[in-house]
Write a protein that binds this ligand. Sequence first.
Ligand code: DSN
Length: 479
Amino acid sequence: MSSPNAESTAFRSALEVIRAVEPRVADAIGAELADQRESLKLIASENYASPATLLAMGNWFSDKYAEGTVGRRFYAGCQNVDTVEALAAEHAKELFGAAHAYVQPHSGIDANLVAFWAVLADRVEAPALKKAQARHVNDLTEEDWFTLRRELGNQRMLGMSLDAGGHLTHGFRPNISGKMFDQRSYGTDPVTGLVDYDKVAEAAREFKPMILVAGYSAYPRKVNFRIMREIADSVGATFMVDMAHFAGLVAGKVFTGDFDPVPHAHIVTTTTHKSLRGPRGGMVLCGPELADQVDRGCPMVLGGPLPHVMAAKAVALAEARRPDFADYAQRIVDNAQALAEGLLRRGAKLVTDGTDNHLVLIDVSGYGLTGRQAEQALLDSGIVTNRNSVPQDPNGAWYTSGIRIGTPALTTRGLGVAEMDATAELIHTVLNQTVSGSNADGTPSKAKYVLEPALADKVSHQAAELLSAFPLYPSVTLS
Ligand code: DSN
């Protein structure tokens, strides 16, 4: 462990150096820390990275181009980048028990694009593609390129529907994946809100996807990856899991056996900054059969790797391999369950009536609100969440009927189950006291709401008081 004094000195010195060039940037960085310290951060996809992880990103690695992979670069002088990339991959393989790890993706979308490319390159029986891979691309004729584009496009993907908690990158229209793939969705049971594996199997039999995707950003339960793999195998699909949201729970061995995607999936993607608590970025894990294609991620679909972020990934993954990370991961789930119980006890309506993971989805129609109204009313009260669709959402993806809340960040800060009950009380108080508003012409509004400013202020103070016992980055003082 570094001394608290060293951490404070490092951040203070960095700000002093930045301030000498553009003081407004230094001020914004300081203001961001202050805002994060003061708000009750319940965004399920956010966390607080360690000082070591943050500091690993601010250095000379940022200046280096390193297209290619370890030991096989398109640029000279990459020996130190090789060191950190290899370290990050080694830690990832050990942590997740994966045969191969590719740590270059800049984000979750990028990680998924790398995975899609790898699967297409592996699966598409296109003579033009085989030609392109076997020899120099300049040897291909115009007709070869035309056939290649036609054969790569329009392959089939089956993923979880957006309103059931799936992710945009799993084949949905606003994302490139929805334009590349012919996509179908599986939803959740309308009564229980749970994945119905028989229905997934039926959809797979009918649609015969090339890729079956599991993983979610707003589903509050575990997924049985052994069953999903059996379904994929039964129709000859490649099974891909996007574990971006719950990677920390896999790393911390809260999700094991049938619920650990790594032994069951052909390919696993993740971000590194959510429950895994690393720097903002992505990663792909796979077996040896897809490793070569995955390693072509840059320059196939990725821009130049970010060596400074790969250095930070190596640091964060080393942290996740320590025994205390397992304790952290378990506390994330304990806290989410305590939050869910506190909300249910106070009468909130929750999708699936609870949680097995790090997130809780409140159906705020139970409070007579849209997600948009609830999100803003909570923000007015010092509680940062995000609106999210609920299954079969009548309000669509913009206004929504849900509020997604997650515990990774507050758990990092040290809050425990007692504080989760207090948090449930604050959330319930705000939602219960917020009234849906009207437009100027008297019609009901999906965005406007009425919340007494005095109540919002009172809750903000209560939230700040709750947080005061759990200072964020206590080792860091900027003045
Ligand atoms: N934006 C992330 C989330 O909030 O879940 C996923 O892309």
